[in-house]
Design a protein around this ligand. Sequence first.
Ligand SMILES: C=CC1=C(C)c2cc3[nH]c(cc4nc(cc5[nH]c(cc1n2)c(C)c5CCC(=O)O)C(CCC(=O)O)=C4C)c(C)c3C=C
Ligand SMILES: [Fe+2]
Ligand SMILES: [Fe+2]
Length: 359
Amino acid sequence: MPSSHYTGPAGHSHDRPPAETGVLLVNLGTPDAPTAAAVRPYLAEFLADPRVIDYPRWLWRPILHGVILRVRPRRSAHAYGRIWTPQGSPLRVGSEALAAALQAELDRRRPGAARVALAMRYGRPPVAAQVEALQRAGARRLLVLPLYPQYSATSTGSVIDAVADAFKRLRWPPELRIVNDYHDDPAHIEALARSIERWWAAHGRGDKLLLSFHGIPERYVRLGDPYLDQCQATARLLRARLGLDEAALQVSFQSRVGREAWLSPYTDATVRRLAGEGARRLDVACPGFAVDCLETLEEIAMQNRDFFRAAGGEELRYIPALNDAPAQVAQLAGLVLRHAQGWPGFAADGAAAGARPPA
Ligand SMILES: C=CC1=C(C)c2cc3[nH]c(cc4nc(cc5[nH]c(cc1n2)c(C)c5CCC(=O)O)C(CCC(=O)O)=C4C)c(C)c3C=C
Ligand SMILES: [Fe+2]
Ligand SMILES: [Fe+2]
């Protein structure tokens, strides 16, 4: 499938009438296959991004190509192999399902107003190709929605770079709005809380609830990245909504890479500590991930499950991401409606008679 022709799970551009507003969901990206050969170019693009690793290029390039890309692809491919599905990478499958569901929800709430497309920051389909596809489909306005609830320069900031690069190539770029984050959106907190409560109703409640967020180097926070504040705010709001205290709901940071200090406490050390302190059943949720992926399905649900057991715990239970659950679809649709306000077909809420959803 040529990536320049892919406009999203809703189908080819000629299958739908033109829409004046394009909604571009962007997720991180994932390799095309769980093989070292497919993982290498993906990691090469990801780890060459100066937003992700900010070392001087003359220093970093030889390390990346001479060391990292010789070793890591095989290790990562093995990890991807443990979670791969017949449909492909969970991150891709889940992101496409979410995009299709968001298209359907927007069609219901603002018929014909918007077309949804999905891009990946690394790998395919790239941001530039999807911006161009939306423009070919009639979009004179573009709302970019990175699938990261918390802003980080390493994730959201890098998506903004890719959009800026794509715009440089267009003679007549669309009007642009970008969602920075949705870490404290009440509908997002409510969706997370209900999914955890529903999970508890089905499986019983563990001794502790751990919220594990993706880490970043501590240095980035000292330089002004708001990511840590936003993770803590999400955790505080969720803790209040669930009625838990600081012992019952803890926060940690996963996926550390390299030797620098990253945000702490680290997730692996935390699950071991909790096992040592006598927790038998540990529930773990990852509210920083809109869609399940390697970092949740393999690192948490497999690797950290094993760490917890080896440290004397009984069961680590991973509570799935929101994925394409109706509550997340409705929350993201609400976010789109608020950010697109004033654009054609997006009259202020209340003004679009008959287009409101039933409460
Ligand atoms: C090396 C630096 C990295 C930073 C900084 C970083 C920040 C960051 N990442 C995500 C979300 C995801 N990361 C994923 C995988 C992944 N992350 C890194 C490195 C950094 N991430 C690597 C090398 C990898 C690849 C896998 C591996 O080799 O271990 C994923 C999953 C991708 C998938 O295919 O499933 C996500 C999602 C965020 C939100 C973030 C900053 C806040
Ligand atoms: Fe086509
Ligand atoms: Fe990452």
